[in-house]
Design a protein around this ligand. Structure first.
Ligand code: SAH
Ligand code: SF4
Length: 355
């Protein structure tokens, strides 16, 4: 019989499953609570995990080992950037590999989580697109990335994860159920206890799902990858724009802002001679001026296509100067971990499937 993957259950289902298990063994219900707390405080992974719960009776540990598992991912590789960013490649039980990144800054530790193996969206500037779509990650596989990196930080320097961004591989809103459930566990007091405003989901602009997300998870942060200031430009970079153009996307964005009362982030990639021109800056300023939003500029990290190059520092400054005439916040995202291909748009696993 397949083992129950404890991290694939949301907190209530986990509580119920553990309660059943301990009841069947004639153990008191508080044991379920002990196991659940233990998972969030000490997740050790690997086969010995349950055995390390030394405050449990031996009989219960044996039963847990027989019927359940905590960890389903295997670490294939860790890479360390000179700027302190780390990247891990994880292998799933069915032989697929995906990546997770930890980004340290002075007062933050952020994890960039993957929601899918590969991605179906085909954005021309993104290496993940070259993998195509392989499959959605389960709730447990999403949460295990966070457990793993939390444990890594605790062991490395005693620090704690402060932020979670769904900006690794994949389109999170194509895996909405699991991403929403993961956000719930990340935020819950008896889960990871990370504040909702410290959890951000980034979408390439799957319009109907933005509405659904606003209803399902209104208090988390949403970022939309706008990346082009007009339809011709955006469609040439992002196939999704041919399905839902900028007008449709902005209508969904406005509805999101209205429904949730939140400020929205538009991510905007800067590509020399394409998205980073004075005309594009004026178009973007017009878009941003009309709504409660901020702009996050991301200079292109070079990928496979030699026709796409990042702009010079002068070009970026000129672009920013036009935007700063608007009444919205403008931030520039510095590349983190480019030397280990951990920066935005650089995650990709060339091998499709092991064995
Ligand atoms: N799939 C989601 C989230 C992951 S990508 C999305 O597309 O929104 C996170 C951000 O990196 C997105 O805004 C995306 O547009 C940007 N990005 C992708 N490839 C990039 C590259 N080569 N250089 C800079 N930013 C890139
Ligand atoms: Fe997928 Fe985002 Fe990359 Fe586009 S930018 S291919 S949506 S991961």
């Amino acid at each position: 019989m397949a083992k129950l993957h404890l991290l694939s259950l949301d907190l209530r289902a986990l509580e119920d499953a553990l309660a059943d298990l301990v009841a069947n063994l004639g153990e008191p219900r508080f044991r379920a609570r002990q196991i659940q707390e233990w998972i969030f405080r000490h997740l050790a992974g690997g086969e010995t995990a349950f055995r390390q719960m030394t405050n449990l009776p031996k009989k219960l540990i044996e039963k847990l080992e027989e019927s359940a598992e905590i960890s389903v991912l295997q670490v294939k590789l860790r890479q360390d950037s000179i700027d302190g960013t780390r990247k891990w490649a994880f292998e799933t039980h069915d032989g697929h590999v995906f990546e997770t990144v930890m980004i340290p800054s002075e007062n933050r530790r952020s994890i960039c989580v993957s929601s899918q193996v590969g991605c179906a969206m085909g954005c021309t500037f993104c290496r993940t697109a070259t993998m195509g779509f392989i499959r959605n990650l389960t709730l447990g596989e999403i949460l295990e990335q966070v457990h793993f990196v939390s444990r890594f930080l605790r062991e490395e320097d005693g620090s704690r994860l402060s932020n979670v961004i769904f900006m690794g591989m994949g389109e999170p809103l194509h895996n909405l159920e699991n991403v929403a459930a993961a956000c719930g566990v990340l935020n819950a007091e008896d889960g990871f206890g990370i504040g909702k405003s410290h959890i951000t989901v980034s979408t390439s602009g799957v319009v109907p799902k933005i509405r659904e997300w606003a209803e399902r998870a209104p208090d988390f942060k949403l970022a939309i990858s706008l990346n082009g200031s007009n339809d011709a430009m955006r469609s040439s970079l992002m196939p999704v724009n041919r399905r839902w153009n900028i007008e449709n996307l902005l209508a969904a964005a406005d509805e999101y802002i209205h429904l949730t009362g939140q400020k929205l982030t538009f991510e905007y990639i800067l590509i020399q001679g394409k998205t980073c021109t004075p005309e594009a800056a004026r178009e973007l300023r017009r878009i941003a001026s009309q709504r409660n939003c901020k702009i996050n500029l991301i200079p292109l990290n070079r990928g496979e296509d030699p026709a796409l190059q990042p702009p010079s520092e002068e070009e970026i400054r000129a672009f920013e100067a036009v935007l700063r005439q608007g009444d919205f916040e403008v931030l520039r995202r510095r590349p983190r971990g480019p030397d280990i291909l951990a920066a935005c748009g650089q995650l990709a696993i060339p091998l499709k499937k092991v064995a």
